[in-house]
Design a protein around this ligand. Structure first.
Ligand code: HEC
Length: 189
């Protein structure tokens, strides 16, 4: 039901593969496009958390990560890092958008706001390791919307959320699904 695939003609500019200045074109499916976008997002997110935040704030204790990073002269939180990137993308294109949501949000703005968001977040929380794909109509536009589990990949994740005063859940453990990355692509036609 949710794994409905729809074709998209995505002109992929494969710079490295472009021969003689001709851009290679490939027909990809929404799901594939979304999966590849997510791979970049989640890899960057994991690298930032493990190699910057967890190493310097949790293991070495030389600097902390804080929501008020400017006042505190601290590291930007992983979720803020993610949102700042999403905001820059939104300034550049309407071709896709993304966000980080959760059923147990510290920031209430990160709670699900559409029926599909609720369904998708519940599905990925109940089925660890699986993604969820669906379609939804918002403001007259039909979107392909994908949900990917956001997993506690470092001690910093669980420690900070469990101890945060606004966290509705205080017993996250390593490897738990803490929320989800949501990617939305408007479908044409
Ligand atoms: C130092 C504290 C800290 C660390 C480390 C941290 N988070 Fe968060 N996280 C927060 C705060 C605070 C927010 C809310 C930020 C906002 O949107 O204002 C948040 C937001 C989130 C959200 C969106 C839902 C919500 O709670 O608002 C998810 C999902 C999430 N974090 C998962 C993770 C995962 C997974 C990791 C590790 C990869 C992680 N966090 C690391 C503090 C932290």
């Amino acid at each position: 039901m949710m794994k409905k695939l729809t074709k998209i003609k995505a002109a992929m500019l494969c710079g490295a593969m472009a021969m003689g200045g001709t851009a290679a074109k490939a027909e990809m499916e929404y799901q594939q496009v979304s999966d590849l976008l997510h791979l970049v997002m989640s890899s960057d997110r994991t690298v930032y958390t493990r190699m910057i935040v967890n190493r310097l704030a949790v293991k070495e204790g030389v600097i902390k990560a804080s929501e008020h990073f400017e006042d505190d002269k601290a590291l930007v939180l992983p979720a803020q890092m993610f949102r700042f990137g999403a905001e820059m993308v939104a300034e550049e294109t309407d071709a896709f958008s993304y966000s980080l949501l959760s059923l147990w949000p510290i920031n209430k703005q990160n709670a699900p706001s559409t029926d599909l968001e609720k369904e998708g977040l519940e599905y990925i929380a109940d089925n660890p390791g699986e993604n969820f794909y669906g379609e939804e109509e918002l403001g007259g536009v039909t979107y392909f919307t994908a949900f990917y589990p956001d997993v506690a990949v470092a001690e910093a994740c669980t420690q900070c959320h469990n101890e945060h005063k606004d966290s509705p859940k205080t017993d996250f453990e390593g490897g738990d699904v803490m929320g989800g990355v949501v990617i939305r692509i408007p479908m044409d036609g």
